[in-house]
Design a protein around this ligand. Structure first.
Ligand SMILES: [Fe+2]
Length: 433
């Protein structure tokens, strides 16, 4: 029994709609038109495309079907800014989004205003029932793309030898330390196992992939009470972790070899000198490696190898959710402006123990698949999540690029195990049996 959103869906809030749409525009504000047009790799999209595609979503799934006589901004946008919905048209090829020098950034902003004005008029007339659910889905979708704007533009800027900052930021919050290891000692948070209820509980919005809520049998386990730090990762690296096949899954070691990985994405030696100090590229430009901050931009392969090196393993998604479900959703999210993970002790006031929410998405060892009884919704929006349930792993918790209101314990993010350009980090787990 699958539902797209938890009923009852309240009447969409006009002010909330405007505030989420405006937040997307604000994220693009520090960027030039050239920054917004480029595509650094097939997985990442130009910021201009994100700005247009999120508008396309409302035009395609709300305005065109629900507003008689709605005048679209341009007939070609229906395919140009369609991401992957095969049942509503012919999506423009993803790897070629960076070729779209037209429409201009100004025109894309005008497209956004066109859609926003039509949406404001619709919402003012009142929207209820399933259409209200689609409006809410559009806002949640918009927030997903806010995060993607930040991660995609970080990758783009990292490709530029000038290492430009997305925006000016404070100097490093904590001084670089010379010894390895995280400042906060790693402690283990035990769980007795047993039957846990997993999945969206029906309070507030949830994506279809978080349902149906179901029982899951857990054996006794423990989760680390914080994320793995850069300092700890450095110890793995200096112990030749990337060169020891016994630590790696077969696909992982093959990827390390093929890609030439020797450190997390965005780590580089100062001046390109093999003995230079480690630096990490951030939204605020190149910075000294913060040894106490959580490691970020590692693939699931690297996370898995690190866990094996550390005598532990990655959590299963049900283990993570069983621990996180009663914990308040607070942490280092997009709104903090930090745009990189924070050391556990620097964020004590903002977050409860366990560092579960915010900072970095946490790889799990769970394959992204359907929960028992899952069926995608009927219609085009059934393409939103279900068709990607193959060859990907689940990530939990949200990151420093995630809007705070977008995170929850049942949220299932998913990426292929080789992906590194998202804000992906590591929490260790172990068996207690
Ligand atoms: Fe999308």
């Amino acid at each position: 029994v699958t539902r797209l959103v938890a009923p009852p869906t309240p009447q969409p809030d006009v002010a909330r709609f405007a505030s989420i749409r405006d937040a997307t525009v604000e994220l693009a504000a520090p960027l030039s038109a050239e920054d917004c047009a480029l595509q650094s790799m097939p997985d990442a999209s130009p910021v201009k495309w994100h700005l247009a595609h999120t508008s396309w979503f409302f035009e395609t799934f709300v305005l065109r079907p629900a507003v008689p006589g709605y005048r679209e901004r341009h007939p070609a946008y229906a395919d140009l800014f369609n991401s992957y919905y095969q049942s509503v048209g012919e999506p423009f090829p993803r790897p070629q989004r960076g070729m779209l020098s037209r429409p201009s950034l100004d025109e894309v902003h005008a497209y956004r205003r066109h859609v926003d004005e039509a949406m404001a008029a619709l919402l003012a007339r009142g929207v209820t029932g399933p259409l209200a659910g689609v409006v809410e889905l559009g806002l949640q979708h918009e927030q997903q793309h806010q995060e993607l704007i930040l991660t995609d533009v970080k990758h783009l800027l990292s490709c530029n030898p000038l290492r430009p900052a997305y925006r000016a930021g404070p100097e490093a919050v904590t001084p670089e330390r010379v010894e390895g290891g995280g400042r906060a000692p790693l402690r283990w948070h035990g769980h007795p196992g047993g039957i846990a209820w997993i999945g969206a509980a029906g309070e507030g919005f949830a994506f279809d992939n978080e349902s149906p809520r179901h029982r899951h049998l857990l054996t006794p386990f423990a989760l680390a009470d914080r994320l793995v730090t850069n300092g700890e990762w450095l110890a793995f690296l200096e112990d030749q972790g990337y060169a020891r096949p016994e630590l790696w899954l077969s696909d992982g070691f093959a990827t390390v070899r093929a890609e030439g990985w020797h450190a997390p994405l965005y780590w580089e030696r100062e001046g390109g000198n093999p003995d230079g100090a480690w630096r990490q590229f951030t939204h605020h430009g190149l910075r000294p490696l913060e040894l106490d901050a959580p490691v970020c931009h590692v693939s699931a392969y690297e996370a898995d190898a690190y866990a094996r090196w550390a005598g532990a393993r990655l959590p299963a998604e049900a283990e993570w959710e069983a621990v996180a479900a009663p914990v308040a959703v607070r942490g280092n999210f997009l709104e903090s402006g930090r745009l990189r993970p924070a050391p556990a002790d620097a964020r004590a006031a903002a977050s409860p123990a366990l560092q579960l929410f915010g900072d970095a998405w946490e790889w799990t060892r769970s394959a992204y698949g359907p929960y028992p009884g899952y069926a995608p919704p009927t219609g085009a929006l059934g393409e939103y999540n279900g068709k990607f349930m193959c060859n990907q792993l689940v990530l939990r918790g949200g990151a420093c690029t995630t809007p705070a209101s977008h995170a929850r314990a049942s949220y299932r993010n998913f990426f292929p195990p080789s992906a590194r350009w998202q804000m992906t980090g590591v929490r260790l787990a172990k068996d207690l049996t």
